[in-house]
Ligand binder design. Structure first.
Ligand code: AMP
Length: 429
């Protein structure tokens, strides 16, 4: 038997419904925030990620799926969403729009050749947002508020926002200098990866899981001491807006995040799920004021985040939050006999086109097993279509919970269900 590739998973059954629900909820939230949907290719030139995500990141050095296509081009399956969106922003000249800031969202699969472990996949789904053009700290706070609102809407408790500021490019250059001086006499004590990071991006040493507990990392110069006035002002303003939005936050000076492109605000959102460990981090993001320029566009500030679908699903499962409990089939149609099927499928279609969720028996079940099927779907309303219904066009409807029966004229069918089925049942979110 051929099996799915390591680090991937199939979606079916209840999980399919949950994912669709989450995607819809996220899309509708993004509409409320006035963000537009964007989609970029699953593969891009490898160079995009080398330049955009950064040559010193684990993602690019160890985790990309690279291939040479038949035209001899170096291609990479996208390991994250930002670089592709920025490429598209530049290539389509979205910076020329009058209506800046450009605010967009995306969702889709990402690929990283990670060691498969709980909560880490090689193909995983992210939902994310990117904004371009605004330096206002208000937009940093708005971005942080999106996953927070999303998780609150879902009923996740114990949401914690960790924030830090990496400062602007000038502050980072000064800090980088200080780090290089600090680490220089101790290079030999660092792990192999960090020796490399020392050359390419010493900031990333702070993130190292291997060296984390060594004394050398405990006394490292603090980034906060190297923030210039402008950077401090920005950070203070972000915090002020978070307070105005009643979003509690925890300042975490060691939060640097894995990607090279961040400036100013970086953040992670955690759900306090018991037994979840480091997988508690559901979402991460920050400001990347230098990235558009690095990728060949005009100097444009940006802020964004990405959140992982799989971790969110696991968090919901641990917290016993059933997002689809009310999502049942509205109506189940039972044709009784070959001659009734044509009429039955017409009515099914009519009801679907009028906003109801409807299914019809396709297995020639008898009435008894059809009612069992309706029970499996937790369907409240059942339509029985026999020869009499077909000829009189008066339809028999049964409430599968109370067993009450109704005879309704075909032309009053929609009105009947509109009145009967509670608003919230077929309200699409
Ligand atoms: P990152 O793009 O690394 O900042 O990750 C953002 C979010 O994506 C994380 O908080 C996770 O929820 C999710 N994520 C990242 N890598 C993986 C992975 N290999 N498998 C599943 N989820 C992931």
């Amino acid at each position: 038997m051929i099996q799915k590739p390591k680090g991937t998973y199939d979606v079916f059954d209840t999980q399919g419904k949950q994912i669709q629900y989450l995607e819809k909820l996220f899309a509708s939230l993004m509409e409320k925030y006035n963000y537009e949907y964007m989609r970029t290719p699953l593969f891009e030139s490898s160079e995009l990620f080398h330049r955009g995500v950064g040559d010193s990141t684990d993602i690019v050095t160890k985790e990309t799926y690279d291939f040479v296509d038949r035209g001899n081009r170096n291609m990479t399956l996208r390991p994250e969403g930002t670089a592709g969106i920025v490429r598209s922003f530049i290539e389509n000249k979205l910076y020329g729009r009058a209506s800046i800031p450009v605010k967009c969202w995306y969702m889709g699969p990402m690929y990283r050749y990670e060691r498969p472990q709980s909560g880490r996949y090689r193909e995983f789904y992210q939902m994310g947002v990117e904004t371009f053009g605004s330096l206002d700290p208000m937009i940093d706070a708005e971005i942080i508020s999106i996953p927070v609102s999303f998780f609150r809407l879902l009923g996740l408790k114990g949401i914690k926002v960790h924030i830090n500021s990496l400062g602007d490019i000038e502050s980072r250059i000064n800090y980088k200098k200080a780090l290089l001086e600090y680490f220089e006499p101790h290079i030999e004590t660092l792990c192999e990866d960090c020796k490399n990071r020392y050359q390419k991006n010493p900031l990333r040493i702070l993130d190292c899981k291997i060296d984390q507990d060594k004394d050398i990392l405990k006394n490292v110069p603090k980034l906060q001491d190297y923030l210039n006035e402008q950077s401090k002002k920005h950070y203070e303003a972000v915090k002020k807006y978070l307070e105005a939005l009643q979003i509690p936050y925890i300042e975490d000076p060691n939060l640097v995040r894995g990607l090279d492109y961040y400036t100013h605000t970086v953040f992670e959102v955690e759900a306090n799920v018991e037994g979840f460990g480091s997988r508690n981090v559901l979402c991460g993001g920050g400001r990347y004021d230098g990235l558009v320029e690095t990728l060949g566009g005009p100097k444009t500030p940006g802020v964004g985040f990405a959140l992982g679908m799989e971790r969110l699903l696991t968090a919901l499962e641990y917290e016993k939050i059933d997002v689809i409990q009310n999502k049942t089939l509205d109506i189940y149609v039972m044709p009784m006999g070959e001659q009734t099927k044509e009429y039955a499928i017409q009515q099914t279609m009519l009801l679907r086109m009028n906003g109801f969720t409807v299914d019809i028996d396709m297995m020639d079940r008898n009435v008894k097993s059809n009612f069992k099927q309706a029970d499996r779907y937790h369907t409240k309303w059942v339509i029985l279509i026999g020869e009499e219904e077909t000829s009189t066009q008066i339809i028999t409807i049964k409430n599968n919970q109370t067993q009450e029966e109704y005879k309704i004229k075909e032309e009053q069918l929609i009105q009947f269900f509109d009145e009967q089925i509670e608003e919230d049942m077929h309200e699409t979110i």
